[in-house]
Design a protein around this ligand. Structure first.
Ligand code: HEM
Ligand code: NFK
Length: 286
């Protein structure tokens, strides 16, 4: 062996690398476990434009985070229904960290200029984030019900079924208000018995209950903490919606969207739809 070890030999014998496994002929590797061949073959640009890969990756990353978001929301709903608030808070805390990632992703996309995007936008046809069923599933579970948003998925029975189930189920706020009622707070019966397929409408009686909880937080600390977790969740979701709207305005101005909407004007309306309205209005009273 010459005095100079080969790079491979030198690397293999670098401090701390002794014993690194290099033979996976019989077992499972990193790539096997993560199905990396499938994942990394799923970016299929339709054009040769440089920024199309960025556009695809940022959406696929969001859909992966939305998969986890939905899973944590489902678990939080189970815990709130069972009056197990501490495990529900852990789910909410994780959801808020996920949303931080989703919000931060806009800094990457905003490196794409209008001319970069307009070079491949025609290839998108009528496809749009409006058709993101995982995004819609999150919105339904947070209470933003809208039967029209199920329509684009009617041709996919298994997806339409998931959306229908979330559409007909009480949302996160419905379950939180039902928990307050189980704890003896005077949540108005018309709120507890509302048609949960409709978007939640603010009620003064609910605001009064939250006011009581906020004014005497030391006596109801877990409910005060629940309120703040919900506020954190909506705050982050609205920040995402706002960054999306401003990025859209930055890239396509006031053009109509490929999904057929009025574009920024449509996205502005979404910002006006609060999930948990009394948790915001009560702040004026405190
Ligand atoms: C060049 C960047 C983008 C543009 C120009 C854009 C434009 C739009 C427009 C105009 C809409 C309204 C529906 C329509 O008419 O298409 C929309 C909806 C949507 N987009 Fe984007 N978008 C962009 C990037 C993204 C990214 C990166 C994501 C996700 C990571 C995303 C997710 C969504 C979702 C979930 C909706 C439905 C929103 C709702 O219904 O409230 N968009 N987008
Ligand atoms: N609605 C966008 C197109 C768009 O953004 C899009 C198209 C295909 C896949 C994801 C998309 N992102 C979000 O809407 C536009 O009007 O340019």
């Amino acid at each position: 062996m010459s005095a100079e070890k080969s790079t491979a030999d030198r690397d293999a014998s670098s401090p701390g690398t002794e014993g690194i496994h290099t033979d996976f002929s019989g077992g499972m590797s990193y790539g096997d476990y993560l199905h990396l061949d499938t994942l990394l073959s799923a970016q299929v640009p339709l054009t040769g434009e440089h920024d199309e890969l960025l556009f695809i990756v940022i959406h696929q990353v969001k859909e992966l985070w939305l998969k986890l978001f939905n899973r944590e929301l489902d678990t939080a709903l189970v815990h709130i229904r069972a009056d197990e608030l501490q495990p529900a808070f852990k789910c909410c805390a994780r959801i808020n960290r996920i949303q931080e990632q989703l919000i931060q992703a806009w800094t990457v996309l905003s490196t794409m200029t209008p001319s970069d995007y307009l070079r491949f936008r025609p290839a998108l046809g009528r496809s749009s984030g409006f058709q993101s069923w995982q995004y819609r599933l999150v919105e339904f579970k947070l209470g933003a019900k809208d039967a029209l948003k199920i329509a684009p998925h009617r041709h996919r029975p298994e997806i339409a079924a998931m959306l229908d189930e979330a559409y007909r189920a009480p949302g996160l706020y419905d379950e939180a208000l039902r928990l307050l009622a189980r704890r003896g707070y005077p949540v108005p019966p018309e709120v507890l018995e509302r048609d949960v397929t409709q978007p939640y409408a603010a009620h003064p009686g609910v605001e009064a209950v939250w006011e009581e909880i906020y004014r005497h937080s030391d006596e109801h600390f877990d409910l005060y903490e629940l309120a703040e977790e919900l506020v954190d969740l909506e705050d982050a979701f609205q920040q995402w919606r706002f960054r999306h709207m401003k990025t859209v305005e930055r890239i396509i101005g006031m053009r109509r969207g490929t999904g057929g909407s009025a574009g920024v004007a449509y996205l502005k309306q979404a910002l006006d739809r609060s999930f948990f309205p009394e948790l915001w209005s009560v702040r004026t009273k405190l």
